[in-house]
Every structure is written in structure tokens, then in C-alpha cells.
Design a protein around this ligand. Structure first.
Ligand code: IVH
Length: 674
């Protein structure tokens, strides 16, 4: 291929990839499968490797990051990045409104826009002729830090405004947009759990995690973190600029920026207040942390003319939710031993209500955290509950310390098995490295039998403890050797319960490989990756035999994950476990395929529910995969079809709520047949 041909093909690939990226991450309506996207991306990367000049800044290949900065350069903002005055409840909002009506009576007739107040990190994004050229943090409001390389890795951020194809809307020569980058709540918990399992420092809250991700000097580290983005303000734009906030949001959307779908235009102040209040109860459904909403005058001319009071624009106000912070007494510090042996301290608290739930425990992250905050047993502590996140301790109320309290000392031995505790260099976590530690065995067994893993009905936390304590189970494979007499010797087990547990255990031998992969608990292998690994390799033998390069060719597998998988297979205890599983005939094998198949269902995602007449679920899943479709476990807006049989249950209701089409097995076959 000549350079000219490569150049033309690269340009075409970039524009296709930008369009797919926008459809996936902003519109949440993909039209190609992940595999097809990856194939295009690989082709582009190949061209760029052959012709480095083609690796332009807005290339989708730049999203993987790379290049380590020494420090961040300073960036002056085109205009000050302001904050907002707070209002605590309806009366405060009414007082704010009365103040500004007094300053300008036209305000009385204004409409409002109500938006979520996202608890993340303000980012300022610069575009030149539609290309993302610079991104900065807020900094002190006048000057921020240049985090362009890190922001390029944020999937929802348009590297190039997808307006080229839309003749009515031209990319402005110069555009500066403000938005909020954040860590979605669910991803935060997963991320923190994997940090804890790896013995690394966990983040106190999603906000810190987002800030940590975006302030990495090595942008390839940012790329591995699921940072999301929502934009809400145009700081500078050439040409016709919107005259209302509502138009700003629409314009941003049309330009390809992610905009909060829950933003509402309200005609009157009571409507705006009612909208805010309605969110207090359902804030957890947003999927990210908020501490309230923002009420903005829709009319931007009025907003501008009202000016500022100190650093706060008068034309907008933050409606804050009732505080989710309270103080209580720290009764004791306990230590949990995790599946991988990591010791995690937790706080036992005097029961207290926060944001509608009673809190008795809170995480203390790691032992450094306790030392840094100088948290002592008996202290009065400030705790916070944000969104769905587990409550956490912000710090102590030093003024409340009346008597001299002793500092907490991290344990020198494992609280469960008394083996000496280890700390790996460069890690904050303390580990119990005793492979025979009963606590680790219990957690491992519980994980193996858990709902998202092998799903052994009747084998929960309590039974896992009993089995390990009685010496009947050392590793998960031992469950296949259990007999009825042994179970009858355990407290609470009679004939019927023993028989049903044995039946449940026998049934898990037929679980698909992806479930077993989750059950084995390799670091970084969650259900999504497990499914990809199962599809690609088909058996544990093939996975064990593959090399790091083969693993890294998979979507979502970087060097660290590849190393974690290899490391897992290298552990003698795990080799023994695999040996025993194979001997117990718990060794699922499926057909491996190098690439996702493509066919009439390419780009379509299915969820299966209920009993399908004449078609097992496995057979239906195979049919779908064979035609290039994907099967997912849970319904979302992205689901293309719900394949429903008899007794469909809650998934049907959910599909109907989301407007996901529901089909039966016959319709599925029709669709495949075209
Ligand atoms: S508007 C003049 N809108 O909240 C515009 N701010 O306490 C002023 N924030 O630092 C800001 N979501 O980073 C606005 N939808 C939203 C927001 C939002 C989050 C942040 C913003 C600011 C802080 C103000």
C-alpha cells in the first residue's frame, strides 16, 4: 500500500471509529460489535505503526494513553471557572430568586434549567476546528493543569466532533467546553475491590478516584479506569452561540458531547424546586455521585448581566440535598481477612442514621488511612454516605476527644489464623500469606459458590464457614467429595438439607466455563472478561497454555491483567485446585473461536429469560452467538431484544419499562433467517 493509500484509509478508519465511539459511549446505541470495533482499531494501529506520521492527536488509537509526563503544564482558562452559591432547601432557593428579581425584574419571567450537580472533577476542554487539542483541570479557577493526554483516554470525550457528516452544523473554529469527569459509582466499587485484593491503596470516594485517575503522569494508567464525562457549559465559542442554557445543552449534544439525560427545563420556580426535591429519593439511580442539583436561569443574557457575587454567578444556584454526613462514636476497629489474604480494617460504630439508612459499620480502607487520620478507638468520627457507596469515615472530630485515647496498632498476626502478617514492598496492604488460613478458605469457597460464580444453592457464608471449620473443605474442589454422613454431622443439617446441598453441588459441574473462570477468582477477571476468555479459549487447558501476547490481544486485557492471570496459574495451590477440579469432572469445555462470529445478529445484544419451549437457554445462546449476536445477563437501554419464554419474571417488566422489544424463540429464528 502506498503512503497515499494508507493515509486515505487511515482517515476513513478514524472517522468510522469516531462515529462508533460516539454511538457507543455517548448515544449508548452501538451498531457494531466490540469485536468489529477492535478489528477496525487494529487495522488503524497497523497503518500508524507502518507510517508513524499517521498517528495524529485525534486518532482513536490515542485513547490507550502512553507517554509519561514529568509534570503537568499550566493552562490559563479563557474565563474564570466559577463555583456556585449553595441553597439548602426550597426556602433558600426562593430567597435566591427574590434577590435576583430585585436586581433585575425581567428575572421574574424567566424559565429554568435543572441539572444534576455531578460530584466529580471540573474539566475544561478546548477544540480547534473540531479537534480536541487541550484539556485542563479547574485548578484555582484562573489557571489549571494540562491533562490532555489523560483526557484523551476518556471514552465519552469526543476527540473529534462528529459533525463533519452533518452539513447544517459545522464544527466551530474555536470551542471551549466545561464538563465534569467522574467515576461511576458501580465501577468505583469494583475498582476499589480490585485495588484491595491487589494490596493497593483504595480510594475514599469516587471523586478522589476520578481525580487520581486524571492526575496520573502516565496516561496509559488513566486509560484503564472507567472515567465518564458529562458536559454543561460553553465557555467560548465562535459564531452563533446559544442564548439559553437549554439550547446550550442541545448544541453540546448535537456537537457530540455527553450531556446529562436527566436535565429538565422548568417553566416556573416551583416546578424547578419540585424537580430538585424529586431527586432526593432517587439520587442513587443516577449511577454517579451528586450532592444536589443546579438550578440555572435559562436565559443566558440575564445570567450574564446579573454578574457575580464574589466568585459565584448570581444566575445559578446549587440545590443541595440534606447532608449525608453525621458524627457517631467509633466503638471498635475490626480486621477482615479477604479471599486473597488482604487484611482490611473496618469500624464498628454506634448505630446512626445517614441518608435514610442505619449505619453500624464503615470501611477504614487500610492501616495507613487510620494512621494518617489519627483515628483512635473511642473517637467521635464524621461519616458520610454518598450515593450507593458504602458509608465511609471522613475523619475524627478532634475537639470531641476528652480523654487520652491510645493509637491503634495494625495487627502483627492474622486475626483468624495467627500466622505472621506480611507487607509487600510498595504496597500498603498487610497480608496473611498462610495458604491454609481458614478465613481465606472460607472467603474463597463462598466466592466460588456465589451467585455470579458457580451459584451453588445453599452454600452461602454460614455453610462455607461450617465446612471449613469442620475440616471437610480445604479448597473449592473438595465440595465434590462431600458425602451425606459428613453433612449430617454439621449443625442444622438434617436429611433433606444435606441431600439438597449435595444435589446442588452435583449440578454445578455443567456450569459454563465463564462461570468457573469467575469462580476461580483470578485478579481482574470479572464476568465480562471471563466471558471473553471462555469464548476465545474454550477451556482452562487452552487458557493455561496461552502466552501474554495472546491474552493482551483481547479487549480490556492489559499487561497487568495478563500478568495476574499467568501468576494465578503459577501458584502451586491453584495448580492443585485445577487438578482436583478436573478429577472431579468439573471441567467445562466449549468451542473456542478466534474472533467473534459475524452474521445477521452482529451488533445486537440479547437477554434471555423464562423457559423457551423446545429450546434450552444454552442452545438459544449458541444460536445467537453463532449469528454474531451477544448474550448479556442484564437488561439495559443497550439491549436489542429480550428473548422471553414462559414465566419471564422481572426481566420482562424491566424490558417493557425501557422499551426493549420482546421476542419469542420463533421470532428469533425468523430474525436469524432474515
Ligand atoms: S454550573 C456558572 N452545572 O459544581 C456555572 N456546575 O459548586 C457554574 N458542577 O465547581 C457551574 N455539575 O464543577 C454547574 N451541572 C452542573 C454541574 C456543576 C457539577 C460542579 C462544578 C462546580 C461545582 C459548583
Amino acid at each position: 500500500m502506498s503512503y497515499q493509500q494508507a493515509q486515505a484509509r487511515a482517515a476513513q478508519l478514524r472517522s468510522e471509529l469516531h462515529a462508533h465511539n460516539h454511538r457507543y459511549h455517548v448515544l449508548q446505541a452501538p451498531v457494531v460489535s466490540d469485536g468489529e470495533y477492535d478489528a477496525l482499531l487494529r487495522e488503524l494501529a497497523g497503518l500508524e505503526a507502518a507510517h508513524p506520521k499517521l498517528a495524529v492527536a485525534d486518532s482513536p488509537t490515542q485513547r490507550v494513553g502512553g507517554g509519561v509526563a514529568e509534570k503537568f503544564a499550566k493552562v490559563r482558562h479563557p474565563q474564570p471557572i466559577l463555583s456556585l452559591a449553595n441553597a439548602f432547601g426550597a426556602a433558600d432557593v426562593a430567597a435566591w430568586f427574590a434577590r435576583i428579581v430585585k436586581l433585575d425584574e425581567r428575572v421574574a419571567g424567566s424559565a429554568f434549567v435543572v441539572e444534576p450537580k455531578i460530584d466529580g472533577l471540573t474539566v475544561v476542554l478546548h477544540y480547534a476546528d473540531g479537534i480536541f487539542v487541550l484539556g485542563a483541570t479547574r485548578g484555582d479557577g484562573e489557571t489549571g493543569e494540562d491533562i490532555t493526554a489523560n483526557l484523551r483516554t476518556v471514552r465519552a470525550l469526543p476527540l473529534r466532533l462528529p459533525v463533519a457528516a452533518n452539513a447544517t452544523l459545522k464544527a466551530p473554529h474555536r470551542l471551549v467546553v466545561r464538563g465534569e469527569a467522574f467515576f461511576p459509582t458501580a465501577a468505583f466499587e469494583t475498582w476499589n475491590n480490585s485495588l484491595a485484593a491487589a494490596g493497593e491503596r483504595t480510594y475514599v470516594n469516587p471523586r478522589n478516584a476520578a481525580s487520581g485517575a486524571l492526575r496520573q503522569l502516565d496516561s496509559s494508567l488513566t486509560a484503564g479506569r472507567p472515567i465518564a464525562l458529562l458536559c454543561y457549559q460553553i465557555l467560548e465559542m465562535e459564531g452563533a452561540v446559544a442564548s439559553t442554557q437549554w439550547q446550550v445543552l442541545e448544541l453540546l449534544r448535537a456537537l457530540g458531547f455527553p450531556v446529562a439525560p436527566t436535565a429538565r427545563r422548568c417553566a416556573t420556580l416551583p416546578d424547578a424546586i419540585a424537580e430538585c426535591e424529586s431527586w432526593a429519593e432517587r439520587r442513587d439511580t443516577l449511577g454517579y455521585g451528586t450532592d444536589g442539583l443546579v438550578i440555572k436561569l435559562d436565559d443566558l443574557v440575564l445570567q450574564r448581566e446579573l454578574g457575580y457575587s464574589g466568585k459565584d454567578p448570581r444566575g445559578a444556584v446549587a440545590f443541595k440535598f440534606p447532608s449525608q454526613e453525621v458524627t457517631t462514636q467509633l466503638l471498635d476497629i475490626g480486621v477482615n481477612v479477604g479471599r486473597t489474604g488482604v487484611l482490611t480494617p473496618f469500624a464498628s460504630l454506634e448505630a446512626v442514621e445517614v441518608g435514610g439508612v442505619t449505619v453500624r459499620n464503615a470501611t477504614l480502607h487500610n492501616f495507613d488511612f487510620i494512621a494518617e487520620k489519627d483515628i483512635r478507638i473511642g473517637d467521635r468520627v464524621l461519616i458520610k454516605r454518598a450515593g450507593e457507596v458504602i458509608p465511609y469515615i471522613i475523619g475524627v472530630m478532634p475537639g470531641a476527644r476528652t480523654t487520652k485515647l491510645r493509637s491503634f496498632k495494625p495487627p502483627a498476626v492474622c486475626p483468624e489464623c495467627s500466622a505472621p502478617v506480611h507487607q509487600t514492598e510498595g504496597e500498603v496492604a498487610l497480608y496473611c500469606v498462610n495458604a491454609a488460613c481458614p478465613a481465606q478458605r472460607k472467603r474463597n469457597l463462598e466466592h466460588f459458590a456465589g451467585r455470579s460464580a458457580m451459584d451453588v444453592e445453599g452454600l452461602g457464608e454460614r455453610v462455607a464457614e461450617q465446612l471449613v471449620d469442620a475440616g471437610l473443605v480445604q479448597d473449592a474442589a473438595d465440595i465434590f467429595l462431600l458425602n451425606k454422613e459428613q453433612l449430617l454431622g454439621l449443625e442444622g443439617f438434617a436429611e433433606k438439607k444435606a441431600a439438597s446441598l449435595l444435589a446442588a453441588i452435583a449440578a454445578v459441574r455443567t456450569r459454563p466455563l465463564e462461570r468457573l473462570l469467575v469462580a476461580l477468582g483470578m485478579r481482574s477477571v470479572g464476568d465480562v472478561l471471563a466471558r471473553d476468555l471462555a469464548a476465545r479459549f474454550g477451556s482452562l487447558d487452552a487458557l493455561r497454555a496461552c502466552d501474554a501476547a495472546e491474552l493482551q490481544a483481547l479487549d480490556g486485557v492489559g499487561p497487568a491483567t495478563a500478568a495476574a492471570i499467568a501468576d494465578w496459574f503459577a501458584q502451586p495451590g491453584n495448580q492443585q485446585l485445577l487438578h482436583k477440579l478436573q478429577a472431579a469432572n468439573c471441567w467445562p469445555v466449549q468451542e473456542a473461536r478466534a474472533q467473534p462470529l459475524s452474521g445477521p445478529l452482529t451488533g445486537r445484544t440479547f437477554v434471555i429469560t423464562g423457559t423457551l419451549p423446545g429450546l434450552s437457554r444454552e442452545a438459544a445462546a449458541e444460536l445467537i452467538a453463532g449469528a454474531g449476536g451477544k448474550v448479556s445477563g442484564s437488561i439495559s437501554k443497550k439491549t436489542s431484544y429480550l428473548l422471553a419464554g414462559e414465566n419471564p419474571g422481572s426481566k420482562l417488566t424491566r424490558a417493557q419499562e425501557l422499551g426493549v422489544p420482546v421476542i419469542d424463540a420463533t421470532a428469533l429464528k425468523d430474525i436469524i433467517a432474515g
